[in-house]
Write a protein that binds this ligand. Structure first.
Ligand code: GP9
Ligand code: MN
Length: 617
């Protein structure tokens, strides 16, 4: 150690800065390769991961001497500390979400389920290694006595070299993909191509630009929307209007994935009620979770507006004052519906109080409208059984016809239940999270059964149309091993995609059941429902398709630019054959990739530019 210190003592100002920059570079590279599961990289990818951060790291570290004659030890150490902190934050976030932190997500951190309750679970003893250098460098740095002046000329050279590195990085990234910057929603591609630090800087720049966009666009920008209407279809006109005039009861099933349907654990059905219900319902087994960082709020956005969520952050938090051509508005204009939303959490969670106004809800029943005691709540708020029970009298009082959206809560990570609410044994995989998920999924199933019973008792069942939909995945990729054990399936891309399916059930009392195998997403719910209600879906600026008539060649698009077509899976810029998960030539996916690019950018344009305000007189 003493010899090491002697060497350290000899370092000049520039050498010292370079040393600290390379330590942070080393840590960034290790975290990128080991911590982030940046799938299947080629030699060129590895080269980009290795080199991408160098320029900006150097430039950033230079702030320790740009404004003085010598290196400011506090600034240098501070940069190392902050850099390490950011790296560790990224790592923890990635471990749970398999995604990278964005600036908007930091502003909605109170709403990011999962992390707060279980940050400890995401940490590992090995993580200490990420901080060891801080003690060594810290103790050396503040003892260092030798001269660390940086002459002016050297500063200039230093800046030139750093910026050249940045330029080269940008060129390489563009060689990798010309769409890299317009597809910034593909964060994995960004991080792989320009490095973690540059990714963060670009993300910050985008977040600053976003609020300015509504000021730049004009009415003419909205003209493009006119072209974007869904093709008319004459198919399945037998179903057009079969639910006309009925009260709509839409239930979002928190974290419910489709694999639980008809699945048995220890010989027992996980969701016996839903399994029965689907026999007399339209059941859509191939509906995919298309949410991003906004989780439940993204699902709600798609249900109500049929727009794509944002790539970073939630529209509920970032653009809640926009004009939306939403389901409550459409229902009111076309059939004079009253709209209410029910959720047993704080009004402000996901900024719902503000967003629901814009979406046109007449009433929001939130935590303050429910009796929430220690006995009736767990995790995020009121348990689903008391939630449904207490919602009945409110529903009874609603003006008819109504659209009621009920948002369940109990089946939420980390899937906790009180003893008296456990109606099925836990599963027996190596992942506790997966094992507990079975019990909370069953609790949700039971709560819905009870709700249906109560509605029947109160005479509110017959004249309703029910839409039940899983809002997004519950078991994240981190716990995929446990899930594959539960389902006795190997981990591969085809199974991974299948696990992104969420159940969608549309139940119309008196209507015969049918399983609709069309591939689709949550974004397709609105046009499907409107079809059943007898409301034509033209000119609704909707990205969704009626699932009864959905063109099979249209891909199901995910927010990171990946998609699923009838025959292919496209993920992380790799094209796979859907059938067996074999990698195939990217050309097979190109035509769909263009559609995905076009739809995502138009949807973003609508949201960031608040373009729908021009469609109202
Ligand atoms: C909280 C509930 C759960 O109110 O909507 O949120 P999530 O973490 O799933 O987005
Ligand atoms: Mn949710």
């Amino acid at each position: 150690m003493r010899n090491l210190y002697k060497l350290f003592e000899k370092l000049t100002g520039i050498q010292l800065t370079l040393l600290v920059a390379s330590i942070l570079w080393g840590k960034t590279v290790i975290v990128s390769f080991v911590g982030f599961n940046l799938s299947n990289h080629s030699i060129f990818d590895s080269f980009l991961i290795l080199t991408g951060s160098i320029g900006s790291l150097l430039l950033a570290m230079g702030f320790s001497f740009y404004f003085g004659q010598k290196v400011n030890k506090f600034i240098l150490f501070g940069l190392l500390l902050v850099g390490t902190g950011v790296l560790y934050g990224d790592l923890l976030y990635y471990r749970f979400y398999n995604d990278f932190v964005t600036l908007p997500v930091l502003f909605q951190f109170d709403n990011v389920g999962g992390l707060s309750a279980s940050t400890l679970e995401l940490m590992s003893w090995w993580d200490i290694l990420l901080f060891v250098d801080l003690f060594i460098i810290g103790s050396f740095l503040f003892r260092k006595k030798s001269d660390i002046t940086v002459p002016k000329q050297r500063k200039r050279k230093y800046v030139m070299v750093s910026t050249s590195f940045i330029m080269i990085t940008i060129c390489f990234a563009l060689i990798k993909s010309v769409h890299i910057f317009s597809e910034s929603y593909d964060r994995e591609q960004m991080v792989k191509s320009i490095g973690l630090l540059n990714y963060h800087l670009y993300d910050i720049a985008l977040s600053i630009k976003a609020p300015l966009q509504p000021l730049i666009v004009t009415e003419a920008d909205a003209d493009v929307l006119e072209d974007y209407t869904q093709p008319k279809s004459s198919e399945r006109m037998d179903l057009f209007g079969v639910a006309e005039g009925r009260n709509i009861i839409l239930i979002t099933l928190e974290s419910m994935q489709n694999f639980v349907i008809d699945h048995k654990v220890n010989g027992e059905e996980v969701t016996p009620f839903l399994n029965e219900l689907i026999k007399d319902s339209f059941y859509f087994p191939q509906i995919y979770d298309q949410t991003a960082q906004g989780k439940t709020s993204d699902a709600e956005l798609m249900i109500d507006t049929s727009l794509y969520p944002l790539a970073s952050g939630s529209v509920f938090v970032r653009k809640p004052e926009n004009t939306f051509n939403s389901l409550p508005h459409l229902l009111k204009e076309n059939k004079d519906y009253y709209s209410a939303v029910f959720h047993g959490n704080d009004r402000t969670f996901w900024n719902r109080d503000v967003m629901y106004e814009s979406l046109g809800y007449d009433k929001f029943y939130s935590k303050e409208d429910y009796t929430v005691t220690e006995a009736t709540s767990i995790n995020y708020g009121i348990k689903d059984i008391p939630f449904f029970k207490q919602s009945i009298p409110y529903l009874e009082d609603l003006p008819k016809p109504y659209y009621a959206k009920l948002i369940t809560l109990t089946n939420h990570f980390p899937f906790l239940l009180d003893e008296e609410d456990i109606f099925i044994d836990e599963a027996d995989t190596g992942e506790d999270v997966v094992n507990r998920y079975i019990t909370t999924a069953r609790y949700l199933d039971q709560s819905i059964e009870l709700f249906f019973d109560k509605l029947k008792e109160a005479g509110m069942y017959e004249n309703a149309v029910f839409v039940l939909v899983g809002d997004h995945y519950g078991i994240s990729e981190k716990y995929e091993k446990g899930l594959s054990e539960l389902l006795d399936e190997e981990i591969n891309i085809a199974n991974h995609m299948k696990q992104q399916q969420v159940p969608l059930i549309i139940h119309i009392p008196g209507q015969a059941g049918e399983t609709i195998t069309a591939q689709g997403g949550i974004i397709d719910i609105r046009p499907t429902l409107l079809h059943l209600l007898g409301i034509s879906a033209d000119h609704h600026y909707s990205f969704g398709h009626n699932l009864f008539t959905r063109d099979r060649s249209h891909p199901v698009i995910f927010r990171d630019g990946s998609f699923l077509s009838e025959d292919y899976i496209y993920k992380n810029n790799i094209c796979y054959r859907k059938e067996d998960g074999e990698v195939v030539n990217t050309k097979n996916c190109e035509v769909y990739a263009d559609v995905a690019r076009q739809e995502l950018s138009l949807s973003d344009h609508i949201i960031f530019g608040d373009l729908l305000r021009f469609t109202y007189d």
